[in-house]
Design a protein around this ligand. Structure first.
Ligand code: GCV
Length: 863
């Protein structure tokens, strides 16, 4: 090869490599996919565009780098032409550089002040952090303020976090899967090891820091023993290093049986001296590798995980063994109160899983070491669409406490449904437990301020020794490689979690507005529309899944996703709703029920004990009532069940319309990404609606006074059609399909696989144009194909579709019952409407029904 050819070859290779790297970067997972977009603002020319870092700690460097990046984006269309700077540093550094201004003390190292200072005839902006971490949070706050309001407020901004522990928990497994994760595989792990590419971890930490989150527990609380192996700890040190520049400290979940499972000891009894020594040595090993290690999360004696109960020891015994070894290193133990027996006797009317956390942990109050924080889910069951606030928050006045929330939407639509959870979380934070008959809202309990004064009633002296730990908020995040949470709008939940942990006095509306302006658009009309959707999404989901405190009416031993009303009954897991022919709800009163209501402080207990004072939205959580029982507005329970399901599904259908109205006003990629998700949700809301409504209609025998439940005049059932190849099958649970039946293209006449099947209806309604909704099942593990024809002709551009979504369950079920709409089809009496289904592997091209609605009125017609 002559030198010219070599030169050309090298140039070609370089070009190909550059294109590849660019394309990799284009796809790289980054914080800009969430809210750190820094879209251009209409900035005033007084905004300084130069950044002056006063210190050189890694956190201050990150802060300065972020400010530069942020300003470059925000000011890209209106560059500033002035010599002012944004000076960033600790209070001490700022005071030294600007002796002429009075910078107030910022005692909390994480707090900050933003203000302006005159210097050399210019007006500088100043970010002064309590320490370097505060400076970092101040930088993000300044960028947020600019993104939102385009200017700095007239007076100084002072901010300190409400609570010291603000962590996300990931339930990632070492093999790269994520328990209850709905956005692809782990950003931390793959193949039993920490991933080589930790860029996404770094970007995640940046995202977390932007809303003040300061810890990340990276592995699943289940099966955690392998995470303490020496090799894994070395790997974890790399992950800790990737998050460190953003002030996010690494924590891990540990298995309480580790001394036996990986340490070779004969016991894991937490009070055994050999066990204590093992933990001590292990913790020293961790800190040698990760000096700023945050601590441990523990799930023990719960859902099959080992725990101290095996040795007759208490959670306090186990927690304190770990805490004592962590204390010299400033580490903490987050001990989860999610401890319960999942083999309860469901025939026993007194058995109640909701009681477990209080029964087990309340007697241990005051027995935990100061660096133990008891971590409690917001409700006594398990992240349901609505639960009362856990009474344990009022039952631990001598113990630091953390509130565990779920950002990943396990029981709330798994990110396929839009459900903005901040309003639910806010209700929890504002809930007044009335401990000692005085104001003790959950947010003050978490902040560690609720019980500082003696409060009488035998509750003991002021707490001492709890600081510096205080308490906090933990969000189970479940981020993955698919744009963090999969659905772009689901990111509002991650954002809201961080913002509320910093300042629980913010409102969900404020947070939604902040998030939308940074993530979607600053266009006022867009902000209003998106925020209105976010704010209505949790009530809508509650309405079409489990209202009145019924909890999410899903199969609790399965996927926790689609409808499965009896799935929580007749098993030991204790998520019962006790629906029977006469009535519904679980009696948790002291007088006649399980006694759970009595776990609250008296003022709250009295409200829940009495059926008349129990709020409607928790009625069935606390009381078993007849279907004809009247709610506060006079409506019967059964009619409310019908109405709320129809209302909820109608709201989900409106979301599609509202999103469509944003076309051309927002980023086209975001528009296209969300639209099919909302269309899917609208269809699945109908699956939910019909399942719950049919179930309670059959059980109660009381008709819907509006005649909707069980009455579907525009539906043509698949099992009633002329079938070629298709077979009629029963669906389990029956309520997940119209009339409990569907058709499935599985076995051919000779037992071999079918190549295709068809079903045909003869139309006999009025002539006109119709939207045809086809309810089909999209099973995992194959991509079935469908075609709709009328009299042998294609029914339009949408008439061919594939069952290619990724939905739970390998069986025909409400989890995967899906709606496709073929719009505007002309029909006249006698027309043959035919669907051909081509199965693919396990996906049997199954169909439930078709439903016709006049083209202009179709709730789901998006065309
Ligand atoms: C990590 C629920 C979830 C489990 C989870 C458990 C927990 O039961 O379904 O996946 O396990 O809560 O919080 O420990």
């Amino acid at each position: 090869m002559d030198s010219r050819s070599k030169h050309i070859r090298r140039a070609l290779l370089l070009a190909i490599t550059t294109i590849w790297i660019l394309s990799q970067n284009a796809r790289a997972q980054s914080a800009d996919q969430a809210w750190l977009k820094y879209a251009p603002i209409h900035a005033s020319s007084s905004i300084p565009s130069n950044v002056l870092p006063l210190g050189d700690s890694p956190l201050e460097q990150s802060a300065a780098q972020e400010l530069k990046r942020g300003l470059a984006g925000l000011l890209s269309e209106s560059p500033a032409h002035n010599s002012s700077v944004i000076a960033i540093g600790t209070v001490n550094e700022i005071r030294a550089a600007y002796p002429q201004i009075a910078i107030p003390d910022v005692p909390d190292p994480e707090g900050f002040v933003l203000t302006q200072a005159r210097k050399n005839n210019r007006i500088d902006w100043v970010i002064a952090g309590g320490r370097d971490r505060g400076a970092l949070y101040g930088a993000f706050a300044l960028l947020r303020i600019l993104s939102e309001s385009q200017k700095l407020p007239g007076s100084a901004v002072r901010s300190t976090p409400a609570m010291p522990i603000r962590w996300v928990d990931e339930w990632d497994n070492a093999d790269g899967s994520i328990e209850r994760g709905y956005a692809g595989r782990s950003i931390f792990f793959e193949g039993g090891k920490v991933r080589d590419d930790l860029k996404p971890v770094e970007e995640y930490a940046r995202l977390l820091a932007s809303v003040g989150i300061n810890g990340c527990n990276v592995n699943n609380v289940n099966n955690a023993a392998a995470f303490l192996e020496p090799q894994m700890l070395q790997n974890l040190a790399r992950a800790a290093g990737a998050m460190r520049p953003w002030g996010v400290r690494l924590a891990i979940s540990v298995d309480i049986a580790s001394p036996q499972k990986i340490g070779g000891l004969a016991t894991y009894d937490p009070l055994d001296p050999k066990v204590k020594a093992w933990w001590s040595a292990k913790i020293d090993e961790i800190y040698a590798l990760i000096p700023d290690f945050a601590g441990f999360t523990v799930k023990a004696d719960s859902e099959g995980q080992p725990g101290p109960a095996s040795y007759g020891r208490t959670p306090a015994d186990a927690a304190n063994t770990l805490a004592a070894a962590l204390a010299p290193h400033n580490g903490v133990v987050l001990y989860r109160a999610f401890v319960y027996n999942h083999h309860l006797d469901w025939t026993d009317p007194k058995a109640d899983r909701a009681r477990a956390a209080y029964d087990i942990f309340h007697p241990l109050d005051g027995k935990f070491l100061p660096n133990v924080i008891v971590q409690t889910k917001e409700g006594p069951i398990d992240f349901q669409v609505r639960e009362p606030v856990s009474p344990l928050f009022g039952g631990l006045t001598e113990t630091s406490q953390a509130l565990e929330l779920q950002i990943t939407q396990e029981y709330t639509g798994q990110q396929r449904h839009l459900v903005y959870l901040a309003p639910m979380w806010k209700e929890v934070l504002d809930f007044d437990m009335r401990v000692g008959d005085r104001s003790t809202p959950i947010k003050s309990i978490l902040a560690g301020t609720a019980f500082h004064q003696p409060i009488g009633g035998g509750l003991g002296p002021p707490r001492t020794g709890l600081r510096p730990w205080g308490g906090g908020m933990i969000g189970v995040a479940g981020v993955g490689r698919d744009a963090w949470l999969g659905s772009p709008l689901a990111l509002a939940n991650l954002y809201a979690f961080g913002r509320l942990a910093w300042d629980p006095n913010l409102t969900p509306e404020q947070i939604a507005e902040e998030w939308t302006r940074q993530s979607v658009s600053a266009d006022e009309a867009v902000v209003q529309k998106v925020d209105a959707m976010l704010m209505r999404s949790w009530p809508a989901y509650e309405n079409y899944t489990g209202p009145l405190g019924l909890q999410t009416l899903t199969d609790i031993t399965g996927t926790h996703y689609g409808p499965g009303i009896e799935g929580s009954e007749n098993n030991g897991w204790g998520q019962w709703h006790r629906a029977d022919r006469e009535g519904v709800g679980m009696d948790r009163t002291v007088a006649t029920g399980t006694g759970y209501a009595g776990q609250y402080p008296p003022e709250v207990a009295n409200i829940y004990e009495n059926v008349a004072t129990t709020p409607d939205d928790l009625l069935l959580f606390f009381h078993h009532v007849p279907y004809a029982y009247k709610l506060h507005d006079g409506k019967t329970v059964i009619q409310y069940l019908y109405d709320s399901h129809y209302e909820g599904a109608a709201t989900a259908a409106q979301f599609v319309r509202e999103w469509e109205s944003l076309k051309g006003r927002i980023d086209p990629a975001l528009y296209e990404n969300m639209l099919p998700r909302l269309e899917y949700q609208a269809g699945h809301a109908i699956v939910w609606r019909d399942a719950v409504v049919q179930y309670f209609l059959k059980l109660s025998g009381i008709p819907d006074e509006h005649g909707r439940a069980g009455n579907y005049p525009n539906r043509l059932e698949a099992e009633d059609a002329k079938l070629t190849g298709y077979q009629v099958v029963d669906i389990k649970p029956w309520e997940d399909a119209s009339r409990g039946k569907a058709i499935s293209c599985t076995q051919g006449p000779q037992g071999g696989a079918q190549r295709s099947c068809s079903t045909e209806w003869v139309y006999n309604g009025a002539a006109g144009n119709y939207d045809i909704a086809i309810q089909y099942f999209d099973l995992q593990g194959g991509v079935a194909k469908f075609t709709l024809t009328v009299n042998g002709q294609s029914a339009g551009p949408e008439a061919n579709w594939s069952a290619d979504a990724s939905l739970p369950n390998r069986h025909l079920h409400g989890d995967n019952s899906t709606r496709h709409i073929v719009p505007n089809v002309e029909l006249k009496p006698g027309d043959a409407i035919r669907i051909e289904g081509i199965p693919d592997g396990p996906d049997s091209a199954a169909l439930d029904y078709i439903e016709l609605s006049p083209a202009t009125n179709s709730p789901l017609n998006s065309h």
